[in-house]
Design a protein around this ligand. Structure first.
Ligand SMILES: Cc1ncc(C[n+]2csc(CCOP(=O)(O)OP(=O)(O)O)c2C)c(N)n1
Ligand code: SF4
Ligand SMILES: [Mg+2]
Length: 266
C-alpha cells in the first residue's frame, strides 16, 4: 500500500487561479485558439505541429502555406502566416509556382487524403518527380471528412465508411494507395516520412519529421513529404475517445509509420 499522504483539495473557496483552457496553449502562429473542428479530431494537432516548427525555426516571415480543401481549411483564416487557397488537389502545383518565383520562401502545402489522392493525385506525383523544393503535408484520415465520411483512395480494406458500410471490399472498391510509399520511389523526392497524432509519442516523432522535411527544402535537396495519420471520429462513426486506438488498429496497420526516405541519412 502506498505511504504517500493523500492531499485533499480545498473546496470551501474558489481556486486562487482559474483553470487553464485549451486557448491558453495556443502556439503563437495560430491566432484563435478555439476552432470549429470536431472534438477529438487529429487535424488541429497536425496543424499546430507544422506551425510550431515554422515559429521555432524563425521562418515566420518567409513562410507561405498552400491549403487544399477539407476540414483543416478552416484554419486558413486563423494563421499568422501567408496562406494561399488552392483548388482541390492543386496545392503542389501552386506551391511549385510560389517556390520557383521566390526560391527564398519556405513553401508548405497542407492537403487531406481525399484532396491529394482522389482529387489531384497527378499534381503531387509530378511535383515529387520533378524534385520541386517544396514540402507537402498530407493529413490522412482515410475519409472525405468534411463532406461526411466517404471512402477515399487511402481507406484501408475492411474500413467502414459512409459508402462502404460493410467495409472496403477490394473486388468492388480496389486497394488503398499508400502515398508515402509511392512518393518515396520517385528519384526527385529527398525526404519522405509517415507520422501520426494519436499518441503523445507519435506527435513528437511527427514534429521531428516536419522539422527534417523543412530542413531538406531549405538545403535545396529536393521534394519533401510528410504524411500524418489523423483521427476523424465523426467520419469514422465511432466514439471520440476510441479514435486514437482505432487509428492504430486499422489505418496505421496499412499505412505504417516511419521515415521511408532520407537522402541526408548515412
Ligand atoms: C471539385 C470539388 N469536388 C468536391 C468538393 C467537395 N469537397 C469539399 S471538402 C471535400 C473532402 C475533402 O476530404 P479530405 O481531403 O480527405 O479532407 P478532410 O475533410 O478529410 O480533412 C470534398 C469532397 C469540392 N469542394 N470541390
Ligand atoms: S469530420 Fe473528421 S476531419 Fe472533419 S473536423 Fe470532424 S473529426 Fe475532423
Ligand atoms: Mg480526409
Amino acid at each position: 500500500m502506498s505511504t504517500t499522504p493523500v492531499r485533499f483539495l480545498p473546496t470551501d473557496a474558489a481556486p486562487a487561479e482559474g483553470a487553464r483552457l485549451v486557448d491558453d496553449f495556443t502556439p503563437e502562429l495560430i491566432d484563435v485558439g478555439a476552432h470549429n473542428l470536431c472534438p477529438g479530431c487529429g487535424e488541429p494537432i497536425a496543424m499546430r505541429s507544422v506551425m510550431e516548427v515554422i515559429a521555432e525555426q524563425g521562418l515566420v516571415a518567409q513562410a507561405v502555406a498552400v491549403f487544399g480543401i477539407g476540414c483543416y481549411t478552416a484554419f486558413s483564416n486563423n494563421l499568422d502566416i501567408e496562406v494561399l487557397q488552392a483548388l482541390h488537389g492543386r496545392a503542389p502545383s501552386l506551391a511549385t509556382g510560389v517556390k520557383r518565383a521566390r526560391p527564398d520562401l519556405l513553401t508548405v502545402t497542407i492537403q487531406g487524403d481525399g484532396d491529394m489522392v482522389n482529387e489531384g493525385l497527378q499534381e503531387v506525383v509530378h511535383a515529387a518527380a520533378r524534385g520541386e523544393r517544396v514540402t507537402c503535408v498530407m493529413l490522412n484520415n482515410g475519409v472525405f471528412g468534411e463532406t461526411g465520411g466517404h471512402m477515399t483512395a487511402t481507406t484501408t480494406l475492411g474500413q467502414r465508411t459512409k459508402n462502404t458500410l460493410d467495409g472496403r471490399d477490394p473486388h468492388e472498391h480496389g486497394y488503398p494507395i499508400q502515398m508515402a510509399s509511392l512518393l518515396a520511389q520517385l528519384e526527385g523526392s529527398a525526404y519522405v516520412a509517415r507520422g501520426a497524432v494519436n499518441t503523445a509519442g507519435n506527435v513528437s516523432r511527427t514534429k521531428r519529421m516536419i522539422e527534417k522535411a523543412i530542413e531538406v527544402q531549405r538545403a535545396g535537396l529536393g521534394f519533401s513529404f510528410v504524411e500524418i495519420l489523423t483521427m476523424c471520429p465523426t467520419g469514422w462513426f465511432i466514439e471520440t475517445q476510441e479514435a486514437p486506438d482505432y487509428l492504430e488498429g486499422t489505418i496505421a496497420e496499412v499505412h505504417a509509420g516511419g521515415v521511408l526516405k532520407d537522402v541526408t541519412a548515412g
